[in-house]
Design a protein around this ligand. Structure first.
Ligand code: CP
Length: 307
């Protein structure tokens, strides 16, 4: 049986193109399972997984929990709000107490970049990074690239632009690594203040004009402005951001080609994208969410065999 080169999924930077292909092929099989009347398989029976979320989440948390239940794992959920973290308990103490209950895998979201990497050096369980601050969100990039593969047959050779708040986005970094490993061309587009200074060193194109970016690409992955992570004003107002970088149906219809619109969610409708664009025939946003369950089943299944 083929296996992953890693025993934790901490970031796309750490895995190979072969790992990604293996995850995709495994997710193809699980997607077939999810389309059957009986959507459950016994693959992770007797495995216990803790979903440990120190930051808010809708899609990632629900998608991991559903993936775990479809694989017949036992699942416990921890959310820092309402927990003893509020009484001063540390990250390591919190996780070690959860592991003392004989947990095999930990899925963790944390606001600090590197938190899952730190944990992986101190505990035996397999760890999946479900988003660490502004750093990486590997399963999001896997489901995004899987959705591009589903739409076009392959990712290699596709031109993908990531538009918006690149500076504060973990989705952007993981997507850049995944797309490049799979042979896509990557561009980032946004106001100069929301593009990290190191971005060109990653080998991506940079474009400040959103129309030129859309004319270049096959796929546009539109990101949310992460106001909760911004310590200062990066642009005059949301209205002005929307005017210069917002995607609407009129703009999409004015291009002389059909492009695909993606968004990792949550969407700020009317800011980075209007409803008529997000809900148009260009959009595969809900396909991304659907694919998230199969991708997370594949990641958990493959890591469980690397215990
Ligand atoms: N895409 C994503 O990470 O969404 P959530 O924050 O709702 O999990």
């Amino acid at each position: 049986m083929q296996e992953l080169s890693v025993r934790h999924l901490l970031g796309i930077k750490d895995i190979t193109a072969q790992d990604i292909q293996l995850i995709f092929e495994t997710a193809d099989n699980f997607k077939d399972v999810l389309n059957r009347p009986i959507k459950k398989v016994p693959s992770l029976r007797d495995i216990t997984i803790a979903n440990v979320f120190f930051e808010n989440s809708t899609r990632t948390r629900l998608s991991f929990e559903l993936a775990e239940k479809r694989l017949s794992a036992d699942v416990i959920n921890f959310s820092s709000s309402g927990s003893s973290v509020k009484k001063g308990e540390t990250l390591l103490d919190t996780v070690n107490n959860i592991l003392a209950m004989k947990v095999d895998m930990v899925v963790m979201r944390h606001s600090s970049p590197g938190a899952p990497h730190y944990l992986s050096r101190h505990i035996k369980a397999n760890i999946v990074n479900a988003g660490d601050g502004t750093h990486e969100h590997p399963t999001q990039a896997l489901l995004d690239t899987f959705s591009i593969r589903e739409r076009y047959g392959e990712v290699a050779g596709k031109k993908v632009v990531i538009i918006g708040d690149i500076l504060h986005s973990r989705v952007a970094l993981s997507n850049i690594f995944a797309l490049q490993k799979l042979g896509a061309e990557v561009m980032v587009c946004g106001p100069a203040t929301l593009l990290p200074k190191y971005i060109k060193s990653l080998g991506v194109k940079v474009e400040l004009d959103v129309r030129k970016a859309l004319e270049w690409c096959d796929v546009a992955n539109v990101l949310r402005i992460q106001l909760e992570r911004q310590q200062m004003k990066y642009f005059p107002s949301l209205r002005e951001y929307s005017l210069y970088y917002g995607i609407d149906k009129k703009l999409l219809d004015s291009l002389n080609k059909e492009i695909t619109i993606m968004h990792p969610g949550p969407i700020n409708r009317g800011v980075e994208i209007t409803s008529d664009a997000a809900d148009s025939q260009h959009s595969i946003i809900l396909n991304q969410v659907e694919n998230g369950v199969a991708i997370r089943m594949a990641v958990l299944y493959l890591l469980a065999s690397k215990a």
